[in-house]
Design a protein. Structure first.
Length: 217
């Protein structure tokens, strides 16, 4: 009696389920998942974290501004040193360079991205140096931290802003130095977008503090 041969079943996975450049694709053995690394969270989490940070910083400065305005009777007018305009120009220019970096990344121009991020970080460091010079000029003019409420708040405002700017510099350095192979393209793009948003926020916050401390009557 002839024997009927049946083909042996294999356990090879179906083809066509690989991941594209942006981390999407087929199921890849994960039931329709979308990330090339199981430990990599969805990129929306980075954007949400930045937005929550911006909200908390806004609440902090609004609370301090309210206390500052409430104590306006103790206010001492401040003559704005010339270095104040230098620092303001530096931080406004950094908003332009960081935006150029974001656009270079979207166009996948890696060298230009790194160049503009480096330029932004350099401008940020120069801004911090200008702030130190500003403090020295204020102290030289007799505007001490403990002189009155106004002087105390002025140093608190600028000090807190500088601290948050240092955090922004660290984030920019991380964006530039981390290896591209460590994350998906979409995660990198969203992370850079969130960091750029944070940097623009700090620039806008500085303009607000400038008007409040030196020109509000």
């Amino acid at each position: 009696m002839p024997t009927t041969l049946t083909p042996k079943k294999t356990d090879a996975p179906p083809t066509g389920g690989g991941f594209n450049d942006f981390g999407g694709g087929g199921d890849g053995g994960r039931g329709g998942g979308g990330w090339s690394n199981e430990l990599t969270p969805p990129p929306e989490g980075y954007s949400l974290a930045i937005r929550l940070a911006i909200i908390s910083i806004t609440v902090l400065f609004l609370a301090l501004s309210s206390a500052y305005i409430f104590n306006s009777a103790m206010r001492q007018p401040i003559a704005a040193p010339h270095v104040l305009w230098v620092s303001t120009g530096l931080i406004l220019l950094s908003s332009l360079t960081v935006e150029m970096a974001r656009r270079a990344l979207r166009r996948r121009l890696e060298n230009r991205f790194r160049f503009w991020i480096s330029a932004t970080m350099l401008l940020g460091l120069c801004f911090l140096a200008a702030q130190i010079i500003l403090w020295k000029r204020l102290v030289a003019s007799g505007f001490y931290v403990n002189r009155n409420h106004h002087s105390g708040y002025a140093y608190i405002f600028t000090g807190l802003h500088g601290a948050h700017l240092i955090g922004g510099l660290i984030a920019l350095g991380y964006m530039m130095l981390r290896e591209r192979s460590k994350w998906t393209a979409v995660r990198r793009r969203v992370s850079v977008d969130a960091t750029v948003l944070y940097w623009h926020f700090l620039d806008g916050l500085w303009i607000y503090l400038l008007a409040l401390i030196f020109y509000w009557r």
